[in-house]
Design a protein. Structure first.
Length: 563
């Protein structure tokens, strides 16, 4: 059987991949798969390059001016010293890498790693650049003494060797600093990209104990010294040499190698710093947009790591604050929450406000014997309507009172027409209640009846509370934002009058006098209420008879008042 091959006419072939990108991708994949082999290679290549520079530098500056016996001694020292020191240093590095490599293999394979072992490997990973710095210095600096001493011993010549001792001292210090600083920054940058994500899943490198932390100022000083000072020292040794006129080629070589070394260090440290700055910029932008879930994932030790951790802590605190605000918004009105936050101390101010009390009639008798879930569900439906009616008129639901509410108009946000807003909210609730009662009748339930009392007058509006002792001995303030005063008490008494005077809405003479819009009112005459020596004149809102299940219904005048 033959398979047909689809042919797309005029299809442009995909552009060939550049060899440099293929090589880079291969190197990245290799580093991800064998990171410690690459680290080992970095340490070798960096030191081999420094060793070649040192050999060439010493040969051109010192060795070519020595006699044959001294030259022979020099080359024997090159082979012997490099063989011994490279063997010792690489063995030391291998011993440092080995436990880390095994731990990483277990982590990536999903095998359990004991917490003590993981903590030890995390500490070893962070300290790895520091130990490499020590190994490099111990491998290089003794050569400043070993080489001139070995040449003198092997050649048997001690006279006139001052230039030898000085030249080797300069060359080994220069090579040691170049190799050490270069290896340090290369290794640290490599670890950040390929190793920290494996060893630090949820832990923070900055919180690992027993770590040698190199301050940022020392890093900058080491970078400056390796890039700016060391090449000048090497070049100065060439210029001050007695045969300086024959060392122009060596001076050019020193300059070229110094530029290459600076380029490598600049690229490595610049990329590390730029990566950190970009992650901070992205994080700041996300926080500005309100994305408090954003976290900077890259793990870092040292000062940059601490700044990253503090950024993540800040984002977590903002996220927690928003969650707290949203959660408290389910218990407090947002305006009440803002008022509490703006005025954290106890106390308030006396304002003229209008108070509305709303209560479901005979709800205790109605809910007797009913499952609690059914009672709560019905309450939630009613309270949702009450909340919507109050919020629609810029009022504040101060608190839920079991089967009723206490609403406040004219505070915390001042409104000159707060009496009208309260009456409109009461009428709006009646209108919404008609729809709810129709639903309840369809469900086989009895309709709800409400009584509402409205009164206008001065009240202290603010925070009240008490001091509560904490287990640690400190005092904490337990606060509640509310309205206090006779006006509130009278509004509740007027709501109770709806049981005897009819209603469903009664308002006081003080509220009627503050109304700016006309609404049909029926005087219920002066009424004696508990706690008030003078009888209160109250009014019913004009309603039509024959609403749902015989209850009063909103009249056309009330509907016009709501429009």
């Amino acid at each position: 059987m033959h398979m047909a091959t689809a042919f797309v006419p005029n299809a442009e072939p995909s552009p060939p991949r550049r060899p440099s990108r293929l090589i880079l991708r291969w190197l990245v994949r290799g580093a991800e798969r064998w990171p410690f082999s690459f680290l080992f290679t970095i340490a070798i290549l960096s030191n081999v390059a420094a060793s070649l520079f040192s050999i060439g530098y010493n040969h051109e500056l010192i060795v070519q001016y020595l006699d044959e016996s001294q030259k022979s001694a020099f080359w024997r020292m090159v082979y012997g010293n490099n063989l011994v020191m490279f063997s010792i240093c690489l063995t030391w590095v291998w011993l440092l890498f080995r436990p880390l490599a095994r731990c990483r293999m277990d982590l990536r394979a999903g095998r359990p790693v004991a917490p003590e072992r993981l903590c030890q490997c995390q500490r070893g990973l962070i300290n790895l650049p520091f130990w490499q710095l020590c190994i490099n210095f111990l491998g290089w600096l003794p050569g400043a003494v070993v080489f001139p001493l070995g040449i003198c011993l092997l050649s048997g010549r001690w006279q006139g060797t001052g230039i030898v001792w000085m030249g080797f001292g300069v060359s080994f210090v220069v090579s040691a600093l170049m190799a050490t600083v270069q290896t340090f920054f290369l290794m640290e940058s490599f670890q950040l990209r390929f190793l920290y994500s494996d060893f630090f899943e949820s832990e923070r490198p900055t919180e690992v104990a027993g770590v040698v932390r190199i301050p940022l100022r020392f890093r900058f000083f080491a970078y400056w010294f390796a890039v700016a000072v060391v090449p000048l020292i090497a070049l100065l040794a060439v210029v001050l040499h007695p045969e300086a006129k024959n060392n122009h080629a060596l001076a050019v070589e020193v300059i070229v190698l110094s530029v290459l070394n600076s380029a490598v260090l600049g690229a490595v440290t610049g990329r590390t710093l730029l990566s950190w700055l970009e992650s901070q910029a992205v994080g700041t932008e996300e926080i500005t947009k309100g994305n408090y879930h954003f976290r900077i994932e890259q793990k870092r030790p040292g000062d940059f790591g601490r700044l990253t951790d503090r950024f993540n802590d800040m984002a977590a605190a903002l996220e927690q604050g928003r969650q707290m605000r949203e959660t408290l918004g389910q218990f407090f009105d947002p305006e009440m929450f803002d008022e509490i936050m703006d005025a954290p101390e106890l106390g308030g101010q006396v304002l003229e406000v209008t108070i509305l009390f709303a209560d479901i009639r005979d709800f205790t008798r109605r809910s007797a014997g009913e499952p609690p879930e059914k009672v709560v569900a019905l309450l939630n439906r009613f309270l949702s309507l009450a909340m919507a009616s109050v919020k629609e008129q810029n009022g504040l639901v101060d608190k839920f009172l079991g089967d009723g509410i206490l609403a406040l108009f004219g505070a915390p946000q001042p409104h000159a027409d707060h009496a009208d807003l309260a009456v409109r909210a009461a009428c709006g609730l009646l209108k919404r209640l008609e729809s709810l009662n129709r639903e309840l009748i369809k469900e086989g339930q009895a309709p709800l009846k409400v009584g509402m009392g409205i009164h206008t007058g001065p009240a202290l509006v603010g925070s009240i509370g008490a001091m509560v002792p904490l287990p640690d001995g400190r005092q904490q303030t337990r606060r509640e934002y509310t309205a206090i005063g006779e006006t509130v008490n009278l509004a509740q008494r007027i709501e109770q009058l709806t049981k005897t005077c009819g209603g469903p809405v009664l308002l006081s003479e003080q509220t009627r006098m503050r109304l700016t819009r006309q609404i049909p009112l029926i005087s219920a005459g002066p009424q004696q209420v508990p706690g008030c020596e003078t009888p209160l004149v109250v009014y019913r809102i004009g309603m039509d008879e024959g609403g749902v299940d015989g209850d009063v219904a909103t009249s056309s005048a009330v509907l016009e008042y709501l429009s």
